[in-house]
Design a protein around this ligand. Structure first.
Ligand code: IMP
Ligand code: MG
Length: 191
């Protein structure tokens, strides 16, 4: 399996620096929201993170440790790349999305924005719950030849259109535990 790795695209040091910066960015924006509505910075029950399992697990674990604000967590599960697929098959919610988002500041966290189908679906479902604000934070965004169908306000890295694994991202359930983000060899998924 490990010999299906082509090369390291983003090393653990670069990832760690960028995740810290994203945390600062988010903290600044969310503090701005709290100030705007007159809530104290230590107000509980104002901010809810919605990480998309399982890809965003590692990223979320690192990111939230750079946030000095009280946050609640509501995990969701989405399926878009069933099994060994490397092309999105459209996103479907595989879990319950909490109904306690009304009036709160919601941050959707995902590992990667590719076609944007996952983000479009989730943003819609979150908006339906009438939150005070919604923003999306993704570690990676693929540079496709065309615009994605939904965007993220916070993006860690723009990457070329290649299939990547590691730091939470998988191929057919493997490689999530690699500390670096690596490009998978095409021969691993092309016949
Ligand atoms: P989208 O719905 O096409 O934007 O795809 C987003 C989802 O597909 C992410 O949540 C990932 O789980 C998965 N995904 C997209 N590209 C990759 C990749 O290169 N490696 C691993 N997973 C990916
Ligand atoms: Mg995913």
């Amino acid at each position: 399996m490990q010999n299906h790795i082509d090369r390291v695209l983003l090393g653990r040091g670069a990832i760690s620096d960028r995740v810290r910066a994203l945390g600062d960015e988010l903290a600044r924006d969310l503090t701005g929201e709290l100030v705007k509505e007159g809530s104290p910075a230590d107000a509980t029950d104002r901010i809810v993170f919605v990480p998309v399992m399982t890809g965003a697990l590692v990223f979320t674990a690192d990111l939230i440790r750079h946030l000095p604000l009280p946050i609640a967590m509501r995990l969701v599960s989405v399926s878009s790349y069933p099994g060994a697929a490397t092309q999105s098959k459209g996103a479907t919610l595989k879990s319950y999305l909490s109904d306690d988002l009304a009036g709160r500041h919601v941050v959707i966290i995902d590992d990667i924005l590719d076609t944007g189908e996952t983000m479009r679906m989730l943003r819609g479902l979150v908006e339906d719950r009438r939150p005070a604000s919604v923003r999306a934070c993704v570690l990676l965004k693929k540079q496709l030849g065309k615009p994605a169908v939904a965007e993220a306000e916070h993006v860690g890295f723009e990457i070329p259109d290649e299939f990547v694994v590691g730091y939470g991202l998988d191929y057919d359930g493997h490689y999530r535990n690699l500390p670096d983000i690596c490009v998978l060899k095409r021969e691993a998924y092309e016949g």
